[in-house]
Design a protein around this ligand. Structure first.
Ligand SMILES: Nc1ncnc2c1ncn2[C@@H]1O[C@H](COP(=O)(O)OP(=O)(O)OP(=O)(O)O)[C@@H](O)[C@H]1O
Length: 308
């Protein structure tokens, strides 16, 4: 099958710092590819190379099988994109900004502007100057520009930045509709992992410039572990007692104990008995399904026992 987006050993160095290392990813037509990673992982740099905005130090990118380079301009007719905080003409209204974009994209039908404003709930702000928009609405305007010409491929860098929860749901529905009903291929980068997990058909995890894992979303549930969450009046002491007894555990960022130890998860009553005996009775003991955030942290830290 022809890939909509492909990178081949893509790398970018800034002096001796390698921001992106050997990233080879491929995205099928109609797929929603969630590109996730911590701040500074290399998402934007990869996307900028993909869009021909910066030159790779090594490797190549392909859009619809065509190599990205300065000669191949026609490939951009089928691509819509938004990278980081979208730029707009600050003194012009939402509608005027879209009108400029319509002309730049050589779209003959003026109706597309009202259609896209309705799609993104921007109609009520049509006369508002771009500089007076909230961050969330500025993002909506950025997405509106990206989809104005009905692209086949949509590349969005952190598109839900600054949106409130209702806005995030709206954008999620919009992207789903574009992918599943209109066959648009979408690459969406984000550090909001759970959000990406809700819409992506495939997830790529980038860490310190390297693509460390690609997961089909239907496979995701199989990879998510269970974990036992334990709270007590003295978690620091309790965690060392548990680890000494062979129940490898750690404190999470909230100071709560978590363990992926299979025996502990299968027999939380034993953990409870053990902690009572050691003088640290648990105040909370819950077996939880791991979420994508925790899975991601476990993968990038290379920690955690895998419960089969
Ligand atoms: N022009 C540049 N010169 C030097 N270093 C750069 C340059 N652009 C990016 N970097 C560095 O490359 C690394 C990757 O940056 P990048 O913006 O791609 O990360 P990111 O995953 O998009 O992060 P975020 O989620 O914070 O946007 C970072 O350490 C960044 O500081």
């Amino acid at each position: 099958m022809l890939q909509a987006i492909q990178t081949n050993r893509l790398s970018k160095s800034y002096k001796d710092f390698q921001a992106v290392k050997d990233v080879s990813l491929s995205i099928n037509k109609g797929e929603i590819y969630g590109f996730i990673g911590l701040n500074g992982a290399g998402k934007t740099t990869t996307i900028r190379m993909l869009l021909g905005m910066i030159r790779p130090t090594y490797g190549n990118c392909y859009i619809n099988g065509e190599k990205v380079n300065h000669k191949n301009r026609s490939i951009w007719e089928k691509v819509g994109y938004m990278v980081e905080t979208p730029y707009s003409y600050p003194e012009l209204s939402v509608e005027e900004n879209l009108e400029i974009y319509r002309r730049l994209r050589l779209i003959s039908n003026p109706q597309v502007i009202s259609q896209v404003m309705n799609q993104l709930n921007l109609a009520q702000f049509s006369r508002k100057k771009a500089k007076d928009l909230s961050l969330g609405n500025a993002q909506r305007l950025g997405i509106a520009k990206a989809i104005l010409h009905s692209p086949e491929i949509l590349i969005l860098d952190e598109p839900v930045n600054g949106l409130d929860p209702a806005g995030i749901v709206e954008i999620r529905e919009l992207l789903r509709d574009l992918a599943f009903n209109k066959g648009v291929t979408i690459l969406i980068s984000s550090h909001l992992l759970s959000e990406v997990a809700k819409i992506a058909t495939k997830i790529g995890i980038i860490h310190e410039g390297q693509l460390i894992q690609e997961i089909e979303s239907i496979e995701l549930n199989k990879l998510l572990n269970q974990r036992l969450i334990i709270d007590s009046l003295d978690n620091k002491s309790a965690v060392s007692k548990l680890s000494l007894a062979g129940y490898t555990s750690q404190l999470n960022e909230n100071g709560i104990i978590e363990t992926y130890n299979k025996k502990a998860i299968q027999h939380p009553e034993e953990i409870s008995r053990f902690l009572v005996y050691k003088g640290f009775p648990p105040t909370k003991l819950i077996v939880e399904e791991e979420d994508l955030e925790s899975y991601f942290l476990r993968i990038i830290r290379g920690k955690g026992e895998v419960v089969q």
